[in-house]
Design a protein around this ligand. Structure first.
Ligand SMILES: [Zn+2]
Length: 89
């Protein structure tokens, strides 16, 4: 039990911004640091009055959700050797 609590505490300490991720070109943290907010430009509409996507994701250590969002909603992929091959960019 104590071991489990220790693990949970460690996980909490690790949360936050993985500094080296490319998603920070497209996401900002909100004022509390609780959410990542998508800043990708989209056509201005009722849902997007400021012309930004503004999709929010919890600011946790993993970037999977945000990367999936960039790929699916904006066709944005990380440009590195791996994706170059897959997406033929
Ligand atoms: Zn978005």
């Amino acid at each position: 039990m104590e071991y489990l609590i220790c693990l949970l505490k460690k996980k909490r300490l690790n949360h936050g911004r993985p500094k080296d991720s490319f998603i920070w070109k497209y996401f900002n943290e909100d004022e509390n640091g609780e959410y990542r907010v998508c800043q990708v430009k989209v056509p201005v509409s009722i849902n997007h009055p400021d012309g930004r996507c503004n999709k929010k994701y919890r600011n946790i250590s993993t970037t999977t959700n945000t990367i999936n969002h960039l790929v699916k909603s904006h066709k944005i992929v990380q440009l590195n050797e791996t994706t170059k091959g897959i997406y033929n960019i």
